[in-house]
Design a protein. Structure first.
Length: 97
C-alpha cells in the first residue's frame, strides 16, 4: 500500500501515520496548500464543547487542490521548514457559490 507523490513516499508499510481531514484555505504557493483542521474538544475546567483549529502546510505535487476543497492529509518526512504533511486524497470538492 505504498503510493508515491513525486519523490514523497506515503504510507510506508508498518508505519503508524497520522491522518487529518481539513479544508484548503490557501493554494497560492507552488506545490503547497494550507489546510485548516477544525476539531471540537471539551473544556477542562467548564466542560463546554469548544472549537479548536490549526493550519497545516501540506505538499500538493500537481497543484490539483483548490480553495474550499475538503482534503485528507498524512504526516510525512519534513519537506521544508514548515511543511511535513502530504495531501493524500480529495474528500469533497468545493461548492461554487
Amino acid at each position: 500500500m505504498t503510493s508515491t507523490v513525486g519523490e514523497i513516499v506515503i504510507g510506508a508499510p508498518g508505519k503508524n501515520q497520522r491522518k487529518l481531514v481539513g479544508r484548503v484555505v490557501s493554494d497560492k504557493r507552488a506545490k503547497t496548500v494550507t489546510v485548516l483542521v477544525e476539531r471540537r474538544v471539551k473544556d477542562d475546567l467548564y466542560g463546554k464543547i469548544v472549537g479548536r483549529s490549526r493550519k497545516y502546510h501540506a505538499h500538493d505535487e500537481k497543484g490539483e487542490f483548490k480553495m474550499g476543497d475538503m482534503v485528507e492529509i498524512a504526516e510525512s518526512r519534513p519537506i521544508s521548514k514548515t511543511k511535513s504533511w502530504v495531501v493524500t486524497r480529495l474528500v469533497q470538492k468545493a461548492r461554487i457559490v
